[in-house]
Ligand binder design. Structure first.
Ligand SMILES: Nc1ncnc2c1ncn2[C@@H]1O[C@H](COP(=O)(O)OP(=O)(O)OP(=O)(O)O)[C@@H](O)[C@H]1O
Length: 594
């Protein structure tokens, strides 16, 4: 039985990209050829009464076993005197009906039970799981033969039973997707606004399972065609029918008299199965590609980058010289980052950023959402998404261009550049203890014995406010609080004594009191260890409290960069003034609420 575990949870973005799915499908010649064949079979089946020149069982006894090309019988006549082309046309209708029965029964049963089991779980899920295991353990074709006593020579009834046998593959697929989707925040939000379970399932959950179900169905249809042919070939079909399986069986019986008769039904069965499988694969590729951002293949990537570089504006001013290497630890020049657009051009999101971070300085990076702060942070660490394209630029760490050399960048990451992420919990592996993760990370960055690594980490844990480091080292991530997890990650980031830390909104996921403690830790670390820091944040209060210098970003550009006191007292750019004004009005509103 076919069991394609294709899990492609589709989001709102995918909803918008429906049109492009169709466009990409049409652009794939293999998909188009398969689709034309499959639609052709359906059309021929639907129009059989008009296309066929006679009834499938009409006999032309005088022309029994006539070969292809006989006048009036282009594909010949079978051993019972029936026109082969006519029977193939009628057969398209019967085979399509058999496939429809398998698909409808298996989808209806498997998808509905999978939805209920995944969404509500509980006893239904246990019972459905047990039944699924039992059904899957049954040998399908043997069962169909055994059921012949019940169904008789009725292929549609046999196909309905086969549909029941295939339902577990849908059940498992749908249940696993629904289990992932039911805890998504948008489903919680739908519950909170009062949508009934049925509307949530109909609107959100069903949407997430539709693509994998469609893909699975093309494989189920292919196996339906094969099983119909197999069951009929074994003699369990209705001998008066003209399905392709029956044609195959009857022509096989007269293979010595008229061997070419086997060719026609074998050909249409094989081509239809092939078309369904290839179409399913093409559909799967297109839907998977549209569910994630597009990663260009190497050649297209090189072409897109070359075109984007060619289109760069020439220098209008002298390039900003690199900061003095004694003073500046990190120097970014003309950094431009983009992402592939649907037409394979490059959609730039960072447009030539220059930034200097001095040794020991805490450099705040602020700006509206989507302005490119994280892109700068990630390119410094070399952890931009795979699909990202660095159109131009240099990231110089202590005079070495990391962007020009992937090996140097990989060596610097985690050793000379530390990273404190936004979500502490999701950055710790739930399968290992805190101690194991910290020790492993430190030993990877700085080779040393386990005992030495553990000793150094215990000291660092104390320095970030964890008073019982030995106990915490033995805990799993789910056993500690978010604040403690962030301290652990800060400890991990500074353990290799990096020159600079990139902290991407390190306090956003924490509550207010813990935020203050974590900020205090970062400030002390910078003062005591002379570590520079890039602090990405939305919070101007944090910037005022912690940073020495601030760069304000808007639309992928740094619009203003200044000493923190100067920027707050005398903002030059209109956008900075607006940002400060809106931050003050939020503070005022909060004060009034208190
Ligand atoms: N994988 C991606 N594919 C396409 N565009 C992306 C991708 N990641 C980011 N972008 C785009 O890059 C731009 C900058 O994103 P970035 O995450 O750096 O913004 P940000 O200033 O850090 O925002 P926030 O404060 O909300 O995190 C945005 O327009 C975003 O849509």
């Amino acid at each position: 039985m076919t069991d394609v575990a294709t899990t492609i949870p589709l989001t709102g973005d995918a909803r918008r990209s429906n049109k492009s799915v169709l466009r990409r499908l049409v652009a794939n010649p293999q998909a188009v050829i398969c689709l034309v064949w499959l639609l052709g079979v359906l059309l021929v089946g639907a129009l059989a009464p008009w296309l066929a020149t006679s009834d499938p069982n009409t006999t032309f006894l005088a022309e029994t076993n006539a070969g292809p090309g006989t006048p009036g019988h282009p594909l010949g006549v079978d051993s019972a005197g029936r026109d082969v082309l006519n029977r193939l046309i009628w057969g398209a209708r019967e085979s399509a009906m058999a496939v429809a029965v398998v698909t409808v029964v298996s989808v209806a049963l498997g998808v509905s039970t999978g939805l209920i089991a995944g969404f509500y779980r509980g006893r239904f899920e246990s019972i459905a799981g047990f039944i699924t295991d039992v059904v899957l353990s049954m040998p399908g074709i043997v069962l169909l033969i055994a059921l012949y006593a019940l169904t008789g020579p009725d292929v549609l009834a046999a196909m309905a039973v086969y549909g029941v046998l295939l339902a577990p593959s849908y059940y498992r697929l749908v249940r696993s997707i629904v289990l992932g989707v039911r805890n998504e925040l948008y489903v919680d939000a739908a519950r909170v606004v009062g949508l009934s379970d049925w509307r949530i399932v109909g609107r959100h959950v069903l949407w997430a399972v539709r693509a994998p179900v469609i893909i699975q169905s093309s494989f189920v249809m292919a196996s339906g065609i094969g099983i119909e042919a197999g069951v009929s070939f074994l003699g369990l079909g209705d001998p008066t029918s003209s399905s392709w399986g029956i044609m195959l069986q009857q022509s096989f019986n007269s293979i010595y008299n008229n061997p070419i008769l086997v060719l026609w039904p074998a050909l249409v069965v094989s081509i239809t199965i092939l078309a369904l499988i290839l179409f399913g694969n093409a559909l799967s590729d297109v839907l998977q590609a549209s569910a994630r951002s597009k990663v260009l293949p190497p050649r297209a990537r090189r072409r897109a980058l070359a075109a984007a570089r060619e289109a760069l504006p020439g220098p209008t001013t002298e390039p900003t010289p690199l900061g003095s290497s004694d003073d500046v630890i990190l120097s970014i020049r003309d950094l431009r980052i983009g992402y592939p657009a649907p037409d394979n051009s490059v959609n730039q999101v960072v447009h030539g950023v220059d930034l200097d971070v001095r040794r020991g300085e805490i450099h705040g990076l602020v700006g509206e959402s989507g302005s490119g702060k994280s892109q700068i942070a990630f390119s410094t660490l070399g952890i931009l998404p795979k699909e990202a394209l660095v159109v131009s630029g240099h990231v110089m760490l202590d005079g070495e261009d990391l962007l020009a050399d992937d090996t140097k960048l990989a060596e610097a990451r985690g050793t000379r550049i530390g990273y404190v992420p936004q979500e502490p919990m999701t950055n710790l592996d739930p399968s290992f203890t805190i101690g194991r993760q910290l020790v492993k990370g430190l030993r990877a960055a700085r080779p040393m014995s386990k005992a030495d690594a553990r000793k150094r980490l215990e000291e660092l844990l104390v320095s970030v406010g964890i008073t019982d480091p030995d106990r915490v080292m033995g805990l799993y991530p789910h056993e500690i609080s978010g604040g403690m997890a962030q301290r652990v990650l800060i400890c991990g980031a500074i353990a290799s004594q990096p020159d600079i830390i990139v902290a991407d909104e390190p306090t956003t996921a924490l509550d207010v009191t813990v935020q203050a403690e974590v900020l205090e830790i970062l400030r002390n670390l910078s003062l005591e260890r002379g570590m520079a820091m890039i602090l990405v944040t939305h919070n101007l209060g944090v910037v005022a409290d912690l940073c020495d210098t601030v760069s304000v970003m808007k639309d992928g550009l740094i619009v203003e960069s200044a000493d923190v006191e100067e920027l707050f007292s005398n903002p030059r750019e209109e956008y900075t003034q607006q940002l400060l004004a809106s931050s003050r009005s939020v503070e005022l509103m909060e004060d009034n609420d208190e």
